[in-house]
Design a protein around this ligand. Structure first.
Ligand code: ATP
Length: 595
């Protein structure tokens, strides 16, 4: 395929925010393709070279890209810099510099295969002289590109491709292009993706062997699985009712979710909730898991929390977050902030896939697979059948430093549902009994200029929740409280990669912030209660026509959810459920009407 066809599709995708249209454009793009071209086109369209969990980066900074653009256009670098500053985007700048240019006569038109090969070369070049090599490779590509191609090549290398195609839309398009577009085939394709986290692999299997080939995709050590997620209920009685009177309750540890991959031999690898590799941050867990897990190869899941090894007491989560992303002083951090991993699930044991087993069987396998030690432990669990026993267990969990309990269905069908949020797992925190104190993870989609003490910087931010069905982001609050000076100074840096001239595709709100951001940064906020709003768009129409849900008195908790991508944020549906829980509670607490 010519790269020009891909660039033309991007141009069309950028012009629409309608999911159905995006799906049709993508399906048309994918239909004629086969492996290896198909997976390459899929990765490129997501702004990636390989599945996200592999963490392959190009390592191309603005200055490097500017040099390549200047060389390819035959102009001074200062001129490129100046114009890019004015336009706010090097992609648009290169398109302007190349305006009217068709491929040079001496050059073959660019193909996807060539573009992909050169980008891989750029990603792999490291060490001395690599910067020069990268400039040269990129200049070569741009030298053979038309204005439109150059625009998207530059945006790709800088990580600012604004096409906005998310995984769910790609899955829709794959179903339409290769499996008739029906709901059942879409579900099967998504299930294969949830197990493998690799769209390229799923698409290749689908094209080569049709839907039955998807069943051959199973777990592999080193390839993370999309995590199973929990629903909420407002009371323990309702939790038990949902689970038909019987549930396995576990302490709900407040830390960092870790998926550990333990090969037969070789290093253990750890992945975060959003499937980023975090092995380097927890060398002691890597080491201890290799000893503690004896049925190798295995994949286990647990929550990593800071712990005082002298007293065995769980410490506040903030301690662990200090270790995230900390590359230096790891030894020191290990001593200062020791962590333990509380395992709660097993997906592969002794090379055998266990995710399809019911939960009670998985727990038995987990216990048989792990020899606990100081650092690697089992999540505390008790199977309960009445509310009193559940309430006692909750008290015990909180006294031990947990933030509540996780209830897990032990009934038939309680297999591990990768990537799905459902009532097989229900999270219950003590807080639910006293108003809306559960936190919400919101995606920053806009910024408002500050006034007074905050003049010259952002004073507040527009936050959105994710509507998974419609694949869009709906505003629910404008938050300015809870940001201290350090956080306010840090926000522009954290938001810079998501800067957007206009309202990004798929963002819904009745407010007009001073600056828009593409959904990327996730923040944890708390508020007093959820109310109906004519301005905000979260779950609009679910309670009353024309009204969305809004959070009153929102406040940033100080916790950046770097372990969550934008589509992992709280969903509109969850917000709606929280609103309903709040209403039910208000009814329950209202004084009886006098007779
Ligand atoms: P979610 O993961 O549901 O999107 P979240 O990351 O904000 O939300 P919570 O709402 O606090 O987290 O609860 C879910 C998380 O609780 C799980 O993802 C996991 O990290 C953690 N957790 C702690 N203890 C357990 C346990 N025993 N079983 C399962 N998960 C647990």
């Amino acid at each position: 395929m010519r790269y020009a066809e891909l660039a033309a599709a991007y141009e069309r995708l950028e012009a629409t925010s309608k999911r159905l249209e995006m799906r049709a454009i993508l399906a048309e793009l994918f239909r004629p393709l086969k492996p290896p071209e198909l997976p390459h086109v899929l990765y490129l369209s997501q702004g990636l070279l390989r599945p996200e969990y592999e963490g392959v980066e190009l390592g191309v900074a603005d200055s490097l890209a500017r040099r390549a653009v200047a060389a390819a256009a035959g102009v001074d670098e200062a001129k490129v810099r100046h114009r890019a500053k004015e336009l706010g985007d090097l992609g648009t700048t290169v398109a302007e510099l190349f305006a009217g240019r068709t491929t040079l006569a001496a050059e073959e038109p660019l193909t996807v295969a060539r573009v992909y090969a050169v980008l891989e070369e750029i990603a792999h070049s490291s060490g001395e002289g690599s910067q020069e090599a990268k400039v040269k490779a990129l200049t070569g590509l741009l030298g053979a590109a038309t204005a439109l191609e150059a625009k998207y090549l530059v945006r790709f290398v800088l990580g600012t491709l604004r096409v906005g195609v998310r995984e769910m839309t790609i899955l829709d398009a794959l179903a339409e292009a290769f499996a008739g577009g029906g709901k059942e085939s879409r579900t099967r394709i998504e299930a294969a993706f949830n197990l493998s986290s690799d769209l390229g692999l799923v698409a290749s299997a689908l094209v080569d062997g049709g839907l039955p080939a998807l069943d051959t995709i199973s777990l592999e050590v080193g390839r993370p699985i999309r995590p199973m997620l929990a629903e909420r209920e407002p009371s323990l009685a309702e939790v038990l009712e949902r689970m038909e009177g019987k549930a396995a309750l576990e302490y709900k540890y407040d830390g960092l979710r870790v998926q550990a991959h333990i090969p037969r031999s070789g290093p253990v690898r750890l992945f975060s909730r959003r499937l980023e590799e975090i092995s380097a941050q927890f060398p002691e867990l890597v080491r201890e898991l290799a000893h503690a897990v004896h049925a190798k190869p295995a994949i286990v899941e647990g929550e990593c929390v800071p712990i005082d090894l002298d007293t065995d007491e769980i410490q506040p989560f903030q301690e662990v977050s200090r270790r995230r992303g900390r590359k230096h002083d790891l030894d020191k951090a290990q001593e200062e902030i020791p962590v333990a991993l509380f395992l709660f699930d097993v997906l592969l044991a002794g090379g055998e896939a266990t995710y399809g087993l019911d939960f009670a069987d998985r727990r038995a396998r987990l216990e048989a697979t792990v020899r606990p030690n100081d650092r690697i432990r089992l999540a505390k669990q008790e199977v309960v059948t009445d509310v009193d026993a559940a309430a006692r267990f909750l008290d015990e969990a909180i006294a031990a430093g947990g933030e509540g309990v996780m209830a897990k269905s032990v009934g038939p069908g309680s297999s591990y549902r990768a990537g799905a949020r459902g009532f097989w797992w229900i999270k219950y925190k003590r807080d639910y009994t006293v108003g809306l104190t559960d936190s919400i993870d919101g995606v920053v989609v806009g910024g408002f200029q500050g006034r007074g003490r905050r003049a010259g910087r952002y004073g507040a931010f527009l936050l959105a929740v994710y509507d998974a069905e419609k694949d869009r982001f709906e505003s629910f609050c404008k938050v300015g409280s809870g940001f201290d000076d350090a956080a306010l100074a840090e926000m522009p840096k954290r938001l810079a990669p998501f800067d957007s001239e206009e309202r990004p595709a798929g963002v819904e709100t009745g407010l007009a912030p001073d600056r828009w951001f593409r959904p990327g940064l996730v923040l944890e906020v708390r508020g007093a209660e959820l109310t109906l709003s004519p301005i905000h768009r979260a779950a609009r129409g679910a309670v009353r026509a024309e009204l969305g849900l809004a959070l009153r008195f929102p406040r940033f908790t100080g916790r950046y959810r770097d372990d969550k991508g934008p589509t992992d944020a709280t969903t509109s549906h969850e917000l709606f459920e929280m609103y309903r829980g709040q209403v039910r509670q208000a009814v329950a607490e209202a004084p009886d009407e006098p007779a």
